[in-house]
Design a protein around this ligand. Structure first.
Ligand code: AKG
Ligand code: FE2
Length: 344
């Protein structure tokens, strides 16, 4: 059994916090999904050049340095020339569309169990908000065959092949990015030994946001930070926003053939706060649906995440040591207060 599954098993959800709405049968926004305040845009486009996350070419000889700066200043960047063949991305996009356009009853066959980590269901962050999100998701850890078989008993091989291939590609890029980030943070050889190991904690989250009758009063995905070390996101559509201190919510418009990478809580801890773990959310559209594939990447479950992993920790550690597994548990209970809960 994958160890990430074990980490989630210890924190079961209520069934009511897993089942998505059948969005196609709601021509107007139900009260359960109407957020009380109109969602503020609170962002001005005075200077678009300094108000968008940087684009970094992985083949650029200065890529390591640029990635370090982007992680410090934004906690996010576009990554181009990442080497994933276009056919692989397109294949996954096709499967995501095929999955989410199925009738609700069919998708519900793979409903995530309350103590499960994989399958179909609403976002894990849902219990922390009083209103529901206009979103459905499907989580994959390793092979998706167990869940896909329930949906397509005779025809799940193509979905599985494409997803597993995509996960492999993500791991190759994630390994490369981890090496670069460790270089920037001067992480000791000892604490880098896990890189490239087979027991890394990885999960692929497929997200779907149907078109919404009242996008300004609804929320695709509510503000959160990712628990991961970093997340590699692929989406053909706008809607994602990242919160930047002093600027507000910044829209992240996808670049053709580029991936979006953003740092998560684990890198924030390991860098002693130098890399941000940006708050982000997803906004909706009245006329178009949106989907995304988010690959969450973290060290193995027993790895000790600590500011002391860096060789040049010059100031006092701002966070106490936690294992990956322990922090997943803290996040499941404390959500937005998790980083302050472990701060020293
Ligand atoms: O759909 C997106 O663009 C973002 C998804 C996300 O933030 C997540 O799955 O954690
Ligand atoms: Fe996220």
């Amino acid at each position: 059994m994958n160890t990430l599954n074990e980490a989630y098993k210890a924190h079961p959800l209520h069934l009511g916090d897993i089942i998505p709405l059948d969005f196609s049968s709601y021509p107007s926004l139900p009260e359960s999904h109407a957020w009380s305040q109109a969602i503020d845009e609170n962002f001005s486009f005075n200077d678009p050049a300094s108000s968008s996350i940087p684009v970094i070419d992985l083949m650029d000889p200065n890529a390591t340095k640029l990635i370090g700066l982007a992680c410090e200043n934004w906690g996010a960047f576009h990554l181009k020339n990442h080497g994933i063949p276009l056919g692989v991305t397109q294949g996954v996009e096709e499967e995501v569309q095929r999955l989410f356009s199925l009738p609700t009853e069919q998708k519900l066959k793979a409903l995530r169990s309350p103590s499960g980590a994989t399958g179909y269901g609403i976002a894990r962050i849902s219990p922390f908000f009083s209103k529901c999100m206009w979103h459905e998701g499907f989580t994959i850890i390793g092979s998706p065959s167990h869940d896909a078989e329930k949906i397509w008993p005779d025809d799940f091989a193509r979905f599985c092949d494409r997803m597993e291939n995509y996960e492999k590609q993500m791991q190759i890029i994630a390994k490369r990015l981890t090496e670069m980030m460790c270089e920037v943070l001067k992480i000791s050889e000892e604490k880098r030994k896990w890189i490239g190991a087979s027991d890394i904690s990885g999960a692929l989250q497929l997200n779907f946001y149907p078109s919404c009758p009242e996008p300004n009063r609804a929320m695709g995905l509510a503000p959160h930070t990712d628990t991961s070390m970093f997340t590699i996101l692929q989406t053909p559509s706008s809607g994602l926003q990242i919160f930047k201190e002093g600027k507000g919510w910044i829209p992240v418009h996808p670049h053709p053939e580029a991936l979006i990478v953003h740092t998560g809580d684990f890198l924030h801890i390991m860098s002693n706060g130098r890399f941000c773990s940006p708050l982000h959310r997803v906004m909706l559209n009245e006329n178009s649906k949106r989907y995304s594939m988010a690959y969450f990447y973290s060290p193995p479950i027993d790895y000790v995440v600590s500011p002391s992993v860096t060789k040049d920790l010059s100031s006092a550690a701002r966070f106490r040591d936690v294992t990956v597994k322990e922090y997943i548990g803290i996040k499941a209970q404390k959500f937005a207060d998790s980083l302050s809960f472990i701060s020293t």
